[in-house]
Ligand binder design. Sequence first.
Ligand code: ADP
Length: 373
Amino acid sequence: MASIILEQLGKTYPNGYTAVRDLTLEIADGEFLVLVGPSGSGKTTVLRMIAGLEAPTHGSISIGERDVTVLPPQERDVAMVFQSYALYPHMTVRENLSFGLRLRHHPSSVIDQRVHAAAERMGIAPLLDRRPAQLSGGQRQRVALGRAIVREPAAFLFDEPLSNLDARLRVEMRTELAHLHRRLDATMVYVTHDQTEAMTLGDRVAVLHEGHLQQVAPPQELYRNPANQFVAGFIGTPAMNFIDGALQGNGQPRTLCTSTLSIPVRTDHAAVDEDEPVVLGVRPQAVEVDVDGQADGADGAHAVVALVEPLGSEQIVHVALDDDTRIVAVVRPDVPVAEDDRVTVRIPPERVYLFRARDGVRIPVATGPHSHP
Ligand code: ADP
């Protein structure tokens, strides 16, 4: 097993499109690192550069102690698992598992032993004589994983490996991948656009947007302390609410004013000027909805319920603060709330996030010891 170090990695495709910019990232030996971002953010390009399937335009890649930047894939000692499984259709499961080892001329006793160990580990031992066409999607993905395991690589690279599976299987395989990581103690880099998958699997999660690394941190840290508006909006479901506003006053606390709310916040004056446009962020779980419609102090606002999505364990309530401003709240299932109800919305000042409108950079808000629980 080995660490992976990316230094100032960049990729501009021959058509001139720059998919990855100046990416510096150190993945520790044995770490499970998830690369997450929307479609087109450059995740696959990064993974393919680590695998050696794509040549970087700038920067370097080391695996273990070795600089592998210009080495071909077969000399990098990494195993890649794809969304498409990429199994050989004319070979049995046993042949698919052993193919890579046979290519490398391992003795047949070693091959048999590793194939059986991997088949046991992935629960596919009874399927060894079948061909891929005779397997379900979940079984094929297990074979693809098994094929990577038998190689005993320095690192595993996963490209959206679960996205072809149905929801239940996906959750099951996610648990298995987490177990596999613990048992093998292997370095794993995992690409997904699904933030839930990222949050549940990663020791750390690296968020990419338009080829730029936005933040890399453990899942809870990303959720609690997003570095900017993009990360704040990307991590967490339902997504964080954003409302345009401005900071008024030069004293402390200053007043965060939106079209319908005014909330006292304490911020560093150096971070944002008076009246400079800002964006208020608040997670749906932090929005309080009062169904009695009684205004509750200066920071409450009248609103109309636009939509209620009952999910059983909770209700997702969309409220209109005015014609242009809608926010989402997560409300307990027993709260009586229906479309067109008039309600009061309150945003606790200690749950407010603040971003500079011009660049989305997070502005720290001092709210005492219990900020952002
Ligand atoms: P992701 O995995 O995050 O969806 P990709 O790394 O696949 O993103 O792609 C990043 C960007 O690079 C996309 O805009 C994509 O269209 C572009 N891209 C990918 N491969 C090529 C290529 N071979 N030539 C030109 N542009 C490409």
